[in-house]
Design a protein around this ligand. Structure first.
Ligand code: PMT
Length: 408
């Protein structure tokens, strides 16, 4: 790491209330040595371990620990502070802070700032090893990771409570290096990546629609990973209940035709299009203006469906089209059907997955088979974020090969 690895960075350091708070004092000094400007916010419990004066002396700025400090608000209000930061680092992040961040609470200054900032947020957990291993903690961390929060550490070893295991705060010099690595331009810097995710809803009448089981998780994971690696990412999302990943521009749509319009409208501005959405192939040919009534003698209802536009096929037909990555959701003969889609839709890469209740759709994990002209790679079952990273690695390699004039 160079001496000035954090030159120009404005680091908002959130100090949580754990014994490791004493190491945060050294962290402030090292962040400043690396060129960062540092402002410190402490939780009320953190002030029981280390005095605010210590952090004030080391950072060169007044320390804040309350939302209700009138003079501090008059100097730099909490929203200004949230805007000022180019990076938020919570160290040590206690089990309580992690739970509050996962829930999106704003019950103290630090939690509020983490919600109000547009800057990337990183946390460095520190806690007893049992608390670290607890499923509640791990579920909260999974939620935060899904939202693009980076998790540094923890280290393993002897703990202040006398136990041994994972849960020690990463050493300050390693935290500075980890933060500096996130500031370096990612391997997708300069790329414009367009991702579609989630289902489409095809309306039948004002209360009913035809939809599917897609939760949007796979596509959101691709968008989050691409943004974290430096790409300029636009996410066209069908109706899903997911938070927008950090640094991602989001366009919400409902039906396939709306998704088609949004995606095609961005084709010229995109280097890569990843079509992870589960687009409805058909829609009712008419949307009833009023709720359809059940006729008293009717035992069946006929709906006439018409085909939706094929977004990927229309993208493939464009001259100067982006690098096209389709997904293939199959219930049987996965590889054969996916290879057929690759060739028929003239794609650059297909990510095939087997789908069914709890498989592919909805679940937190997945397994993908990547197919491209002349190649294949099986990605075993893993979290969707991990798979998204591996998919992006393959896209980087195939695009690079194409630019070098080599077939993959
Ligand atoms: O959202 P999750 O719960 O995380 O689940 C993830 C997923 C299973 C939805 C995802 O991994 C996936 O497989 N997405 C594609 C689902 C799908 O519609 O597959 P398909 O085989 O029917 O379509 C093939 C490709 O054509 C897809 O890239 C699709 O986006 C695209 N398509 C399909 C129809 C259409 N009218 N226009 C399209 O562009």
């Amino acid at each position: 790491m160079t001496d000035n690895a954090l030159a120009g960075a404005r680091v908002l350091l959130g100090v949580g209330g754990g014994i490791a708070a004493y190491k945060a004092a050294d962290l402030v000094r090292r962040l400043r040595d690396a060129g960062a400007e540092v402002r410190v916010v402490m939780t009320a419990n953190a002030t029981r371990f280390v005095s605010a004066l210590t952090f004030q002396a080391l950072s060169g700025h007044a320390v804040r620990d309350s939302l209700w400090d009138e003079s501090a608000e008059a100097a730099m209000g909490h929203i200004e502070l949230a805007r000022w930061a180019s990076q938020v680092l919570v160290a040590p992040a206690t089990v309580d802070i992690i739970a509050r961040l996962a829930q999106g609470r704003a019950d103290d200054l630090l939690a509020t700032l983490c919600l109000a900032t547009g800057a990337p947020v990183a946390i460095a957990p520190a806690m007893n090893q049992q608390m670290w291993a607890h499923p509640a903690t791990q579920a909260n961390l999974a939620t935060l990771r899904q939202r693009g929060v980076r998790v540094f550490g923890p280290d393993s070893g002897g703990q202040a409570c006398g136990e041994f295991g994972a849960g020690r705060l990463m050493e300050p010099h390693s935290l500075v290096a980890a933060l500096a690595a996130t500031q370096a331009p990612g391997d997708l810097a300069g790329w414009s990546v367009l991702v579609s995710a989630g289902p489409t809803y095809e309306d039948i009448d004002p209360v009913r629609f035809i939809g599917n089981r897609s939760s949007g998780r796979m596509g959101f994971a691709v968008a989050a990973a691409a943004a974290a690696r430096g790409a300029d990412v636009t996410l066209v999302a069908g109706p899903v209940a997911l938070a927008t990943p950090a640094g991602v521009r989001r366009i919400d749509v409902r039906g396939a035709r709306q998704m088609h319009e949004a995606v095609l409208g961005l084709a010229g501005a995109s280097d890569v299009y990843v079509a992870a959405a589960a687009v409805g192939d058909f829609r009712p040919d008419q949307v009833a203006p009023r709720k359809l009534k059940k006729a008293s003698d009717a035992t069946t209802l006929e709906l006439r469906l018409v085909q939706n536009p094929d977004i990927l096929a229309d993208m493939a037909a464009l001259t100067g089209r982006p690098f096209l990555v389709g997904f293939a959701a199959e219930t049987e003969r996965v590889e054969a059907h996916a290879r057929d889609k690759l060739e028929r839709k003239r794609l650059d890469l297909v990510a095939a997955n087997e789908v069914g209740p709890g498989r592919g759709f909805e679940a937190e994990d997945n397994a993908l088979l990547l197919l491209w002209p002349g190649g294949r790679e099986a990605l075993p079952r893993a979290g969707k974020r991990e798979l998204a990273e591996a998919l992006l690695d393959r896209i980087v390699q195939l695009r690079q090969g194409r630019q070098d004039g080599n077939p993959a």
